[in-house]
Structure formats: C-alpha cells, structure tokens
Design a protein around this ligand. Structure first.
Ligand SMILES: *Cc1c(COP(=O)(O)O)cnc(C)c1O
Length: 368
C-alpha cells in the first residue's frame, strides 16, 4: 500500500446508560449463544460525507439508527459489510485474525458499490475501540468468540440514482457459540440449478447485502430439500463450482491435492479460503486454484479420486460436506464421517486462532 494513512480519527466514547449488568451478561454468555442472537452494549459509528471525509468517530450505546426514509441504502441497496471474530486466549488476552485483510476487502467492496473507502488502519482501530468497552462480551468457552459485524450504508437523503454523498460506517458485535455444539458433523448441500448468486461483471466479489438477498430464495429451496446450504454454479455456463451462499468450497483428492474454484470475479475472496490454501501448502499438499466442474466432482467421487469436500468461512471455519443433492443428482454420502484432511486443517486453523499453536504466519493481532 502506497497511500499514507490519514491521521487516526479521534474517538468520543460515551458509555451506555443501559448496559447489561455483570450478572445479566454472565447469564447470557453461559446460555446457548448460537449465532447473531445477542448484541453487545456498545457500537462504533463513523460518519462520512463528500465534503468532509470521515469524521465524528465514536463509541456509543448500541441502539436503533435514525435514518431519513429517503436514505439511499433503503432504495438502491448501497450497503457493504464484513465478518471477523475476536478470540479469547487462555491467558485472557483478546486477539483477532488477519484484520487488515478484512479492512482491504471492505475497501474493495466499497469501490465496487461506489461507497467511500475507510482506511485500513481505521478499520482495525474500530475493532479495538469496541473491544476496549465491550471486552467482557468476548466469551471464553471452547470455540466461542465475539463476532464483529462492521458495515457501511449510504445515508444521503436523495431519491436520484447516483453514488450517495453521505455514508456511515458502524461496527456491532455479537458473542458467538461453538458453531457445531455437538461436534463437527457433515452437512448436506443443495445444488441450485435455477438461480445464480452473482452475475458476470456483477457484485459477486463484493461483500454486499444484495448478494445475500439474491441467495435467500434458493436457500429456502435448499431447506425444503433437507439441506443446510446452497451451492451455486458459475453464472455464464452453469458448469463450474462457484461457492455457497456465504462460504467458499474445497475438494480433497486421494493423491494429496486440494482444489478450490479460482477467483472468477463472481466468487467472494474469503480470508478463511486464503488461510486454508496456505496451511495446505505448509502440509505439503498440492494446492490448485482453477475451474472445477460439477462433472469433475461427480466423476471424481464415483471413481474414488475425490475423497473429501468442505465449505469454509469465518462463522463456521470449516464445515465438512457429506452430500451434494440436486434435481436427479446425489454426490457423496450424507452419513459419511467428516474427512481426515478437512478435520486436520480445521483443527490447525482454530488452534492458531485460539493461541494453542504458534502463529507462524503472523496472522493474529492483539486487541486487548
Ligand atoms: C464472507 C463470505 C465468504 C467467506 O469469507 P471469509 O473471509 O472466509 O469469512 C464466502 N462467500 C461469501 C459469499 C461471503 O460473503
């Protein structure tokens, strides 16, 4: 990066007057946390406008936003977000994982959605500021974390269609339970043959709410078929694997190769994906980022050449895929145990995140 970072924004911190008591918080954290159910007591807000740039950084009580009904985000969907976690280590310290990569991705998403770019240093600082007041919300039970949801919305009150001249960046946070409360078990995935997640030249590589809106109907279809997630194929030929609604996908070969669809322009560049590629290389696996067709998957499983499949993303880390189902299609076995390579990489990655293994790639950043 050659752009010098702007002077750090000064934060105004106003503690919430209605924060949960220590007892109430402890009771919440001791219960079933799930994902995204509980929100912490505070949030970060930074405002932006075309004339003044980023300004008014603050930590304040979590609560409803006040938005003009003509705000561009409500009409034209000018919104982007991130997902990143804080992990409590055994000594009580709090760390996050590759935050600069998320900050850089937020900048790329902003560029695609014609939103302003928050400096990467400010992105990392926003997480630090929230943890400074809400650190007691970082749970300590095994495989739990505090999930940050940074997001940016166009706030300008104007119904004309153009890039908004005012925006706001916020960070909220939610304590997250172990994704697999009863041990990691393979899931069934539904192949969407009718819908695409993203278009060629569209916003598939940006982390924006609109992509998720487009994935909800196929997700309902998947649920109705007894599957937990949807796999999308490429939007041009409908032949090659892209990704799930919110996770990247990998196949493991019997001969020691690990393959994931290359970034096509419509695939989201996952940080978990990137980290897994590195850990796979470190273990001497041959890593391939290339086009992978549905036929290759089907034939490879049938011949015994492809032995494992998994999905990955910050929320669940790695989810083994047991079976891919579609109209007149079934690949794999829903009742097969999770793959060995899948589970070994999952364990190594989470061991690094929770400080149980050395951080040899310098991925962890201390927040407190
Ligand atoms: C966020 C996201 C991922 C996973 O990215 P991570 O950085 O690994 O969390 C994958 N696909 C989509 C569509 C996403 O939005």
């Amino acid at each position: 990066m050659t752009t010098p970072s702007a002077a750090p924004l000064a934060y105004r911190v106003t503690p919430s007057t209605h924060a949960r008591t220590d007892e109430a918080r402890a009771a919440l954290l001791a219960g079933d946390l799930g994902f995204g159910k509980h929100l912490t007591d505070h949030m970060v807000t930074i405002d932006w406008d075309a004339a003044g740039g980023w300004h008014d950084a603050r930590v304040h009580a979590y609560g409803p936003l006040s938005l003009d009904p003509a705000a561009a985000v409500l009409h034209y969907g000018q919104e982007i977000f991130e997902g990143i976690k804080a992990y409590r280590h055994a000594d009580g310290s709090i760390w996050t994982f590759r935050p600069r990569a998320n900050g850089e991705r937020l900048q790329r998403s902003a560029a695609r959605l014609a939103l302003p770019q928050l400096p990467v240093d400010e992105f990392v600082e926003s997480l630090r500021q929230l943890v400074a007041v809400d650190h007691e919300w970082v749970p300590s039970a095994a495989e739990t974390s505090l999930y940050f949801r940074p997001f940016m919305i166009a706030t300008e009150a104007f119904l004309g269609v153009r890039a908004a001249q005012a925006a706001a960046y916020h960070v909220i946070a939610s304590p997250a339970g172990a994704y697999f409360a009863n041990g990691v078990s393979p899931v069934s995935i539904w192949l969407s043959q009718e819908y695409a997640r993203a278009a060629k030249g569209g916003t598939g590589a940006a982390k924006c709410g609109g992509n998720y809106a487009a994935s909800l109907l196929p997700q309902l279809e998947a649920r109705a078929q007894g599957c937990s997630q949807v796999l999308f194929l490429d939007p041009v030929e409908g032949k090659y694997l892209e990704e799930l609604g919110g996770m990247n996908v990998f196949l493991v070969y019997a001969d020691g190769r690990i393959v994931t669809p290359e970034l096509s322009g419509s695939i989201l560049d996952g940080i978990t994906r990137h980290s897994i590629l590195q850990l796979a290389r470190d273990r001497g696996l041959q890593v391939e980022e290339r086009k992978v067709s549905l036929d290759e998957w089907r034939d490879g499983v049938a011949s015994g050449e492809i032995v494992e499949a998994f999905a990955c993303g910050t929320a669940a880390v790695i989810t083994p895929i047991g079976e891919l189902k579609g109209k007149d299609l079934s690949i794999g076995d829903a009742n097969a145990p999770a793959g060995e390579v899948t589970m070994a990489i999952r364990k190594e990655l989470t061991d690094i995140q929770y400080g149980r293994l050395p951080d040899r790639h310098g991925w962890l950043v201390r927040l407190r």
